[in-house]
Ligand binder design. Sequence first.
Ligand code: 1GP
Length: 243
Amino acid sequence: MESKIRRAISERGCVHLALLDPEKPFHKLPQVLQDLESIGTAAIMIGGSTVRSNAQLDRMVETVKNSCRLPTILFPNNESGISRHADAIFFMSLLNSSNPRYLIGAQAMGAPAVKTFGIEPIPLGYIVVGPSNTAVSNIGEVERVPYSKPEIAANFALAGQYLGMRFVYLEAGSGARNPVDAEMVKRVSSTIDVPVIVGGGIRTGSQAELIARSGASVIVTGTVLENEGTGPVKQIISSIKRA
Ligand code: 1GP
């Protein structure tokens, strides 16, 4: 799975991942998934900050697997965010959390299930940035990195790389008023050698294009798909291709 994403990044420069939250029921999900596949989304991420029902998560992963050929990557909030049916998991540490549970505690609780179910772990450093007071910043007890301090985000990212993380995710928070600042994306992507994933608050093609041009290798959208369907996502994907 990781090798597929890396191949897609090296072929296309920047790829799109769609994020589905199992707690938010989706109208006509199978059709949405087929559309996402045909417009060029690289994989489906499944998770949300408040996921706690394993049955609900399992159902969502199964629906994705039964509806399209896109790979499924878990995006866990803690050890509750693991489904035996998924292909891979972003095995992530919330690097700027002040709570050790989100740095390593939940990971230790979840690791045996990842091994037992044979889910591919993809090590990822997760950094919450910007001014938006979102679910992830509250639940994750985060000291958000302000956009005026891109060098601090770059320091966290480099530390993540040196700890062996193979992706770094800059997160503005789901539904953030504004996406991650382009200068911060530039600073982080020019500092580290591993691919940078950017998500949170991306709603338009022009926002996605700026972030891709700033050095992001992966762009994630969730809320715009939930609220407006695949139309804007199609524009986002073609803007990424243009970038
Ligand atoms: C959230 O980065 C993702 O973890 C996606 O954010 O829902 O704002 O697209 P949006």
